[in-house]
Design a protein around this ligand. Structure first.
Ligand SMILES: NC(=O)c1ccc[n+]([C@@H]2O[C@H](COP(=O)([O-])OP(=O)(O)OC[C@H]3O[C@@H](n4cnc5c(N)ncnc54)[C@H](O)[C@@H]3O)[C@@H](O)[C@H]2O)c1
Ligand SMILES: [Zn+2]
Length: 376
């Protein structure tokens, strides 16, 4: 084992013959070559990344690959941002990988956040009917969420993530030190997803986060621990329900409200980024559950206190630029893809760490609740 591997934690994702490891720890990028060569002997790679990440971490990855004797067939540096998950950049990336004469046994390596991971996984899944795929996630959101579970794809002009495939990587290397360069706001947004795993079904993890979040933000062993527990939580759900027919819906805690807020702010990242919408959404899901007498308001207070402590927004009043009225917000909720046959499906909760899927939530209740949440 290399020095980075000895401090790393490994989370196994159990999916039969598509099982793989997620390694989490400081310095894994410098070790990427050895880790990849151990699993894919003789493979060459195409690195796909974005311009921000390339400036900060591409040299390090090149050196890491070289140290393990892994050849680089192509480097694709795409513009940063959600607009990159498009047909145009999908096509140019596919062409670059094919142009480098990479074969099925060779690997597409995604170095970046969820945008790069989603696009690269889709490329790996379709070029030559499926190449090897390695994720090196560099945002907290990507390390705890998008790199786990095998959802890949791009956006269509009609909506987000409408085109793609389920395609599992062969290895995920989550270098916790790569997050040191992440803007604080992006780190906080990813942290909303970390807290989410506690709120779904691990109250002890949530309590641990309340005590240790400062060290998670500053780096070190607690950061690795929080990411490993998050990956394990998502991996367990994915292993039970790989293609989202049942249980996996719990991962959408806070997301029905959150997606509606993203849509209502026209996906303008200057106003609201995904994790901020999720933080508000989780706070609302707890408030709404308390209003429906499913749980004690004390737990809703506790959730808000923690999210506020780390600097995340928890109320509609905190969305800059104002929001449309309750009726319009309900329309955004109804448009969200988690609405099946007219009934509103929400992830509600019986208390901290006791989330459940509630189908047939009456829209009149949602509307009445939203009216109480909007600033007067
Ligand atoms: N596949 C899934 O299951 C899944 C789950 C959740 C989200 N997603 C997708 O993930 C995407 C969002 O991912 P994201 O939040 O990582 O966004 P992102 O990939 O756009 O990254 C956010 C920003 O951080 C920059 N960045 C990345 N790593 C950095 C680093 N180490 N240092 C400095 N800057 C860095 C990027 O250039 C970008 O500007 C969305 O497209 C969403 O649909 C997918
Ligand atoms: Zn999310």
């Amino acid at each position: 084992m290399t020095p980075a591997e000895t401090t790393a934690r490994t989370v196994a994702v159990s999916l039969g013959d598509r099982s793989y490891d997620i390694m989490i720890g400081p310095g894994l990028i410098a070790d990427a070559g050895r880790a990849i060569a151990a699993r894919l002997p003789g493979a060459r790679v195409a690195i796909v990344t974005d311009a921000n990440v390339a400036a900060l971490h591409l040299d390090g990855l090149r050196a890491g690959l070289r140290a393990g004797g892994v050849g680089i067939g192509a480097e694709v540096v795409l513009p940063a941002g959600e607009k990159t998950k498009s047909f145009g950049f999908f096509e140019s990336t596919v062409e670059a990988v094919i142009g480098a004469r990479l074969e099925r046994g060779d690997a597409v390596v995604a170095l970046g956040g969820g945008v790069i991971g989603d696009l690269s996984g889709f490329v790996a899944g379709v070029v030559r009917r499926g190449m090897q795929f390695v994720q090196i996630p560099t945002t907290l959101l990507a390390q705890v969420d998008s790199s786990v579970g095998g959802k890949t794809g791009i956006n269509s002009p009609q909506g987000k993530n409408l085109i793609g495939v389920f395609y599992q990587p062969r290895l995920v290397l989550a270098d916790t030190r790569s997050l040191d360069t992440l803007p604080e706001r992006e780190f906080r947004a990813g942290y909303a997803e970390v807290a989410k795993y506690g709120l779904i079904d691990q109250p002890d993890f949530f309590a641990w986060l309340e005590r240790n979040w400062r060290s998670v933000f500053s780096g070190g062993a607690e950061r690795t621990e929080a990411i490993a527990r998050s990956c394990a939580a998502k991996a367990a759900v994915v292993a039970r329900d790989e293609t989202e027919t049942g249980d996996r819906a719990l991962l959408n805690l806070g997301h029905t409200f959150g997606h509606a807020l993203e849509a209502a702010t026209a996906y303008d990242g200057a106003r609201l980024i995904h994790g901020e919408g999720v933080a508000i959404g989780m706070a609302l899901a707890h408030r709404f559950s308390a209003r429906l007498n499913l749980m004690s308001p004390d737990d809703a207070d506790r959730v808000e206190r923690h999210l506020r402590a780390v600097g995340l927004p928890v109320s509609l009043a905190e969305v800059p630029g104002g929001l449309p009225d309750a009726e319009r917000l309900l329309e955004f909720i109804a448009q969200d893809k988690k609405v099946s046959r007219g009934a509103l499906t929400f992830i509600l909760t019986h208390g901290l760490g006791r989330a459940f899927v509630a189908r047939d939530v009456p829209s009149s209740e949602v509307l009445a609740f939203l009216r109480t949440c909007l600033p007067a």
